[in-house]
Design a protein around this ligand. Structure first.
Ligand SMILES: NC(=O)c1ccc[n+]([C@@H]2O[C@H](COP(=O)([O-])OP(=O)(O)OC[C@H]3O[C@@H](n4cnc5c(N)ncnc54)[C@H](O)[C@@H]3O)[C@@H](O)[C@H]2O)c1
Ligand SMILES: CC(C)=CCC/C(C)=C/CC/C(C)=C/C=O
Length: 810
């Protein structure tokens, strides 16, 4: 077996152990890479200095800074990226669970180039690791010193079986290409790109080709030429022009050519002094082969600035060429060096024509103060990326896909795009074995009538939220009956499909820790706020978190005479609530959260699905002041309990927030009692152990059913659609506020409100958001003890009530 074969076989074997799939393993590997860049920066920079004469700062600015950003993004978002992604459904699949499950591809081959050797090799590796793959890393042999450092360092930091480094040149790369991979990610020139694709075709291996080409730069006469030329000079001469997205040539009207030359010359002097050769920020051509290639391109062109060179030092000065003709040698291929040809065009029309005659470039630059010029350039051309009035910087925006089109490449990466590019986005549809009647429209014998129904159900998609879905389900049930013209198949109450809980072990799946930290630094309750504070109090939450200013905000005041009684709101089923468990309570800076296991589940209550518990928490006042969030007929209660549940299959609030009923919140109001409520004692004591932000403790032998009544006693409740009551105020909550109140003595209330401190260190009191406008929503009240008919009757009942109440689905 060759060295290359062995590396691939080892990576495959390691992949088959399944360890690369664990999100924890992926994050650990990414953190190890972070450590590498912190601990070995000087070794990395020294090698790049030897290869390309980049300064230490230059290497950080242009290579490792971007990698740091990519690593941070991947580490912070990985759970969200890797989680199942619910999708919009058509009417036919409305009652199914339909989602995309990203899964690793397998073993990825990463072939890097030499010009930004760390950026273009490690950035795809970050994507490969994040997506759960194994990866064989082949650095470019042209950057001799960097390839050696990569070979030495990577195995010290990351799993060397899963992510082996294979060094070598063309023969070694070709031997690698004879192996079977699940994806090949190649960065380099288009000629080799075609060879890569050919080799990949043998195994139908998908490829990402990050190629290059001639990236045009149009400078309109209507712009600030000093600024434009400074930015172009930076884009061109950074790394001595050896940048895939460097502006290859300038197109401008003849009338501005002289000024463009003068301004570019000024910028060269400003950046690299009168003598760029001795300037630490000016690089070198990678080797003498490329030096000769670039110098040959000068043939037949007029040098307007620069032109000095020294072969032994691989030095070519920043050079400008004037009056260059399209037939000139320098215009026949990508320059990839510090030569900047200027070609004359009569104006925008000719520039567009010229660009469109060539291959689609990796980048296209347009400098103009006139938006019409910029718009026409974007509308009438195509390129991998487009930048107006700047160069290169789009590479540093992790939320933009980076990649070529046509001859400049295929596929894209950076941030989440890297994750998606190196994942298989698997389509999943989980149907239950009930509602068979609806399917009759697609079963033979086919009839025009059934086709009519099929057209309606397949061609219409839904994004109506849970209320709309319930109504439509009711319609479907009716349709099923009509289509069948027989009695419909009875519902089976229990699904035989069970979801594996996502993010097992998360104590707080509802929001990620990073989200919580970022948010907590910016908002506060009214009681925390003082005039010299920079934190935002509730009236100013919306300035930072737009949803907080939405039309479906919570809490609300419930006016009991205005609620709509609805007999289609049935009781709930609590699952797991009587289990005795140990739970963790943590001071979250604004309140204390009591984590609940996902095995605690909630169904019924006219909720559109199955929900898993996440946590519960309380809202309270202080010093005898009431602290409930919801009020009834204007009355605020001493305290309020919220039990947060998240709908399956969502794993986080981020996933659930686009679903109007993605979260089910059960709310209980407390009323003052003369006697202590003994079941609250262990909770109160635990709050005393989590006084400060971030501290946590465990409550042993806890039973949720000790603090709330059993589901059989909770048939009376209010229902409305609203939001989370803390930022970002996501409008994804089906609220249930029970009529039954819970008892608490004034002694216990005092004890609760005096235990904890906010993240600011002040006493944690008055932790409630003021009530929000109803904004046309309808609040429903269940009809206690209403007799429920058959399933069909029930759906039709719900639909007729809910369809009539469009207020509910604003
Ligand atoms: N789109 C991008 O992100 C990006 C980034 C950097 C460079 N580039 C492009 O890359 C080009 C410069 O890089 P390069 O091609 O000179 O780099 P290079 O010579 O380092 O080649 C790239 C990789 O291809 C391998 N290789 C070379 N010849 C091969 C062959 N015959 N068979 C198999 N493998 C082979 C090399 O070993 C190397 O790992 C420019 O066109 C530039 O625009 C693109
Ligand atoms: C420092 C800033 C704002 C941007 C960096 C732009 C830059 C030089 C990107 C290089 C991108 C790259 C790896 C190109 C490939 O050849």
């Amino acid at each position: 077996m060759s060295r290359e074969q062995q590396a691939v076989a080892r990576a495959r074997k390691a992949f088959e152990t399944g360890r690369s799939k664990s999100v924890e393993h992926r994050i650990r590997q990414l953190k190890n890479l972070q450590r590498l860049f912190t601990e070995k920066q000087s070794v990395i920079s020294a090698a790049v200095k030897k290869d390309l004469n980049k300064s230490e700062v230059g290497t950080q600015l242009y290579e490792t800074l971007g990698l740091e950003g990519e690593l941070n993004t991947a580490i912070n978002h990985l759970k969200e990226w890797a989680a199942p992604r619910p999708v919009e459904k058509n009417l036919l699949t409305i009652s199914d669970t339909v989602y995309i499950k990203p899964e690793p591809l397998g073993v990825v081959l990463i072939i890097g180039a030499w010009n930004y050797p760390w950026a273009v090799t490690i950035q795809p590796l970050i994507g490969a690791i994040a997506a759960g793959n194994a990866a064989v890393i082949k650095p470019s042999e042209v950057c001799v010193h960097t390839a050696k450092v990569m070979e030495d360092l990577l195995p010290l930091y990351i799993d060397k079986e899963l992510y082996p480094v294979v060094t070598g040149g063309v023969p070694e790369t070709q031997e690698l290409l004879r192996q079977r991979f699940d994806h090949i990610f190649y960065t380099g020139n288009s000629v080799v790109g075609k060879l890569i694709m050919e080799a990949a075709a043998k195994n139908l291996t998908p490829v990402t080709l990050e190629l290059g080409g001639k990236s045009p730069c149009y400078i309109d006469k209507n712009c600030d030429l000093t600024i434009a030329c400074r930015r172009v000079a930076w884009g061109k001469y950074t790394n001595c022009g050896q940048t895939c997205i460097a502006p290859d040539y300038i197109l401008c009207e003849p009338s501005i050519q002289d000024r463009v030359i003068e301004e570019v010359k000024k910028a060269i002097k400003e950046f690299y002094t009168d003598n760029p050769k001795t300037c630490p920020d000016y690089g070198r051509i990678i080797n003498q082969r490329h030096f000769k290639r670039i110098m040959n391109m000068l043939e037949g062109s007029t040098v307007a600035a620069g032109g000095d060179n020294e072969e032994s030092d691989c030095y070519i000065a920043p050079t400008v060429l004037r009056d260059v003709k399209p037939e000139a040698k320098v215009m026949q291929e990508e320059i990839f060096g510090p030569l900047l040809p200027i070609l004359s065009v009569s104006g925008l029309d000719e520039a567009i024509k010229f660009i469109n005659k060539g291959e689609k470039p990796l980048a296209l630059y347009c400098f103009s103060s006139d938006n019409k010029v910029i718009n026409r350039m974007t509308d009438e051309t195509s390129s991998g990326g487009f930048l107006a009035n700047d160069c290169l910087v789009h590479f540093s925006v992790g939320s933009l896909p980076f990649g070529g089109v046509g001859n400049s490449g295929m596929g894209c990466y950076h941030g989440k795009y890297s994750f998606d590019q190196l994942s298989h986005l698997r389509s999943c549809l989980i149907k239950k074995l009930n509602m068979e009647g609806v399917n009759s429209m697609r079963y033979p014998p086919h009839t025009p009538k059934k086709l009519g129904w099929a057209r309606f159900f397949i061609l219409n998609s839904v994004d109506l939220g849970w209320v709309g879905r319930m109504a439509l389900l009711a319609v479907m049930a009716v349709v099923a009956a009509v289509v069948l013209q027989t009695t419909s198949v009875p519902f089976k109450e229990k699904s035989n499909v069970h979801f594996k809980p996502f993010h097992q072990g998360d104590s707080e799946p509802i929001r990620s820790a990073s989200h919580r930290t970022a948010v907590s630094a910016q908002w506060c309750y009214q009681s925390q706020y003082s005039c010299d504070d920079t934190c935002r109090d509730p009236i100013r939450w919306a300035a930072q978190f737009p949803s907080c200013g939405g039309l479906r905000q919570s809490p609300i005041n419930i006016v009991s005479t205005k609620v709509h009684v609805n007999s289609a709101l049935p009781p709930f089923n609590f699952i797991g609530h009587t289990n005795t468990i140990n739970i963790t309570v943590e001071n979250k800076g604004h309140s204390a959260h009591f984590a609940l296991p996902q095995s605690f589940r909630l169904t019924g209550g006219a909720l559109p699905g199955h929900y898993r518990a996440a946590q519960f928490h309380f809202h309270w006042g202080g010093n005898g002041r009431p602290g409930s969030e919801h009020t009834i007929d204007g009355e605020q209660f001493p305290m309020e309990l919220h039990i947060v549940h998240i709908k399956e299959p969502y794993g986080s609030l981020a996933e659930a927030e686009h679903d109007m009923a993605g979260i089910a919140l059960l709310a209980f109001l407390f009323e003052e009692s003369s006697d202590d409520n003994p079941h609250l004692d262990s909770l109160i004591a635990s709050l005393g152990r989590v006084k400060n932000n971030g501290s946590s403790t465990v409550i042993p032998n806890f039973r949720l059913s000790d603090i709330i009544p059993s589901d059989k006693d909770l048939f009376s409740y209010y229902r409305y659609v609203g939001s989370m009551t803390t930022p970002g105020c996501e409008q994804a909550v089906a609220w249930t506020l029970f009529h039954r109140t819970l008892p608490i003595s004034s002694r216990q209330l005092d004890a609760i409100t005096q235990q904890c401190r906010f993240w600011t260190g002040q006493p944690m009191t008055d932790i409630f958001r003021p009530t929000q406008p109803l904004d046309g929503r309808v609040v429903y009240r269940s009809k206690a003890g209403a007799a429920l008919g058959g399933v069909m009757h029930w759906w039709v009942g719900v639909s007729s009530v809910l369809l009539g109440r469009t207020g509910l689905i604003h």
